[in-house]
Design a protein around this ligand. Structure first.
Ligand code: SF4
Length: 390
């Protein structure tokens, strides 16, 4: 698992000069390993110091290194630990009071901007438990970050918490992403409830982003069960009305279903509900559980070995695909699903938190398998893992 956030060893600088707007002591830096940038461009980049450099070039806004600043060198210099050794050309980091956060990795297809930790749901299995805090600084940081992300980035996510809680400011961010990264495919995770307000849905659609998808969870066709899973009365009604408003406006929507003890048995019924009432959604994602946040606290209510619901998973995939609704199966080990769902199987776990179990060592299908969340390896996973050996 990659360390995306941690303390640095030392900052040798009186006053770091970030590229992103510096607020509350936080500054953003776009990294380069190119020591030969023209002098006029150097102030827009922070140099990631490499062993191969014989001399350290001057003029960069900041220097991130794994060793001490050379004698007599006057640039602002941060010494990092080896855990940040993965940082590379095009990455963006935030440095604040001795704390470094990796916000964007140019070599990854799994970059997401955490926009807020606030949420109006309180899901049993939330991997990012909501906080009642004013974290508008995250939105401000996101606006700065987007300006520093390489223009050829293929995909970008926005996640929370619930990003739409920022209302008009959320819409402004989507517009900002469209303007700065016009060819980047954008995926936004939302509980969809705010889109039940037609004016808000209209404002979102008016951005007219060429390639944006909203991932919205529906956990059951039974409103009471959905509301129980998200711990919010009336959420099902608002979410479904949100999806209807968005599709009326021609917006792309993916329905996401996290699979656990509360949702697995009802999966075929939910698939039928979607096929009958939400046939026009763009995709349905059926997703394994991540052992993070509230999941660990609610494990008795949530944990079910995926092998126990593979029949329901196959049934749901069959129902959806029979109605020509694209289906994807995320976050599940390949040996825990039946072969009839292989066409829908996606290696989906973000690279920085993706691992394999010791049992996987001899498996001949490891390269096709999505493996596990690092949290599962740490806190527990299915006892039914069986490597493919012939
Ligand atoms: S044994 Fe093979 S299929 Fe099963 S989880 Fe490990 S790599 Fe995946």
């Amino acid at each position: 698992m990659l360390t995306l956030s941690g303390r640095v060893i030392r900052i040798e600088s009186e006053a770091p000069k970030p590229l992103g707007l510096k607020r509350d002591g936080r500054g953003l830096y776009s990294l380069t390993t190119n020591a030969d940038l023209p002098p006029g461009l150097r102030s827009q980049k922070a140099l990631l110091v490499q062993d191969r450099f014989t001399d350290i070039p001057t003029g960069y806004s900041h220097y991130f290194a794994f060793g001490p600043k050379p004698e007599g060198f006057s640039g602002d210099w941060t010494v990092m630990g080896a855990e940040f050794g993965y940082l590379a050309e095009g990455d963006v980091v935030a440095l604040s009071e001795g704390h470094l956060r990796s916000l964007f990795r140019a070599n990854s297809e799994h970059n997401s901007i955490l926009l807020t930790e606030q949420c109006n749901n309180y899901c049993l299995m939330c991997s990012q438990p909501p906080k009642r805090i004013d974290d508008k600084w995250l939105l401000d940081e996101a606006m700065d970050l987007v300006r520093l992300i390489p223009r050829d980035t293929r995909t970008l996510g926005i996640t929370g918490g619930e990003p739409t809680l920022f209302g008009e400011d959320f819409i402004a961010l989507v517009r900002h992403v469209k303007n700065w990264l016009p060819t980047t495919s954008l995926h936004i995770l939302s509980n969809g409830r705010y889109f039940s307000n037609p004016a808000f849905a209209d404002a979102y659609a008016a951005v007219n982003h060429p390639d944006v998808m909203l991932g919205i969870p529906i956990y059951s066709e039974d409103p009471a069960l959905h509301d129980y899973v998200v711990q919010a009365d009336g959420a099902f009604d608002e979410t479904v009305r949100g999806v209807l408003n968005l599709k009326r406006l021609g917006q792309k929507v993916e329905i996401r279903v996290v699979l656990h003890k509360q949702t697995a048995a009802g999966l075929p019924k939910l698939a039928e509900y979607i096929a009958r009432n939400l046939l026009f959604v763009d995709q349905v994602a059926l997703m394994g559980l991540e052992m993070m946040g509230f999941t660990r606290a609610n494990l008795d209510a949530l944990w079910i070995d995926p092998i126990e619901y593979k029949r329901e998973l196959s049934q749901a995939a069959r129902i959806l695909s029979a109605h020509r609704i694209p289906v994807s199966i995320y976050n599940l080990p390949l040996c825990l699903v039946d072969p009839d769902v292989y066409p829908f199987y996606v290696k989906s776990i973000s690279d920085w938190k993706n691992e394999y179990a010791p049992e996987c060592e001899p498996c001949k299908k490891k390269s096709e398998c999505g493996g596990f969340f690092s949290s599962a390896i740490k806190y527990g996973y299915s006892k039914s893992i069986r490597p493919f050996c012939d």
